[in-house]
Design a protein around this ligand. Sequence first.
Ligand code: HEM
Length: 428
Amino acid sequence: MIDDMSVTPAERKPIVSAADFDLSDYDFWARPMPEREHAFRLLRGLDHPAFYEEMEISFAPKGPGYYALVKHADILEASRNPEVFCSGDGGATNIPDMPPEFTEYFGSMINMDDPRHARLRRIVSRAFTPKMIKQFEADVEAAAVRIVDDLIARGSGCDFVTEVAAKLPLKIICDMMGIPERDYGSVFDRSNVILGGFDPEYGGDDMTTVAEKLLAAGMELQQLVQDLAAHRVERPTGDLTSSLVNANIDGEKLTAQELGSFFILLVVAGNETTRNAISYGLRLLTQNPDQRALLLADLDGHLPGAVEEIVRLASPVNFMRRKVTRDHEMNGQLYRKGQKVVLYYWAANRDESVFPDPLRFDVTRDPNPHVGFGGPGPHFCLGAHLARREITVMFRELLRRIPQIEGGRPERLYSSFINGIKHMDCAF
Ligand code: HEM
């Protein structure tokens, strides 16, 4: 269990029953991890999913509330049934419906349903050709070697998140898209703002300021892709932006707006999630020396299992939302048309009926049917293969060259959506 916390509300009531906390209260997400674990265990123990009022936000009307889906079985079933549990109609990446001015930047396929979703996914997944994926794999290895070289040169005591965990996914996603190195810093900052929630380091705790900063970050990333795309229409350079801008699948092309919002989705999804998995991974290895020893005894044999276990326990994406399109009964609960459900992957990944001793970090866990990359269905993570590759290569490189490396007390992101670590010292 990751037991550290940096954001602690001034006063908090002890959690004895499911009535003692409210998932819509942002302070809930500042509680120490053992309290969060306990709260979700209580929710999983209920006969029916708990229902929550939505929080008031200044830039959208208050919604009808939502059911918290916390059991593995509910998340699998809702994911498999996108006709009933849809991702469009207000979005999947947010609990309140997304205001229309946001959809220009954040309305990509993750927030769409078929047939628009299928059309976009078809176009972009054909741009991820085997040749391109192969090329990324070689790049991942080379980038990881350089990051560990620099870490060794810098020495113990540096911030593992900014110097190691963040660097690999940032470089890979920027290389894929053809973003030049001089823009890495600004891409990093914009994606922190977009996924930074209410953390004062990135967005702030004032709702209106957070919304303004979000829109500004979206606009700046869209400007970046438009500049890149403009050059690549005439002269394709072999990167993903070139493929996307020139993609013509059965006569279908991306519009400028689709390209912009897909670019933002990839940059944000490809960065934060993998960074947090790598940071949690180091912390888990530090807290579980027996598992580190096991891993070191057979690195290639145990790394695939370790990567799955890291993604399960880290669950970098805490939830996705769905809206109910028609009255429907699922696992004994009736959901009415227009209601919302929130799929808490983090909670399902700790479901004791599926994962024996769920808080134990076990690199040999088998089977490990976690839902860290989403449930089975049309929105299953497009970057899962790449993310697994990045985490594997990073830990292989680190553990081969600095097998004793340890992660200190993590400074956690204040967010209900992303399980993030902002900073963490490392020692070796
Ligand atoms: C450990 C790393 C990662 C985690 C935990 C993660 C998690 C997720 C989850 C939970 C979803 C499901 C959304 C849903 O069902 O509504 C998703 C979708 C997606 N992910 Fe990832 N992701 C990771 C890495 C990546 C990377 C590296 C990329 C890009 C290169 C990426 C791109 C996407 C895209 C484009 C979607 C939307 C797919 C669709 O709607 O069809 N992800 N991811």
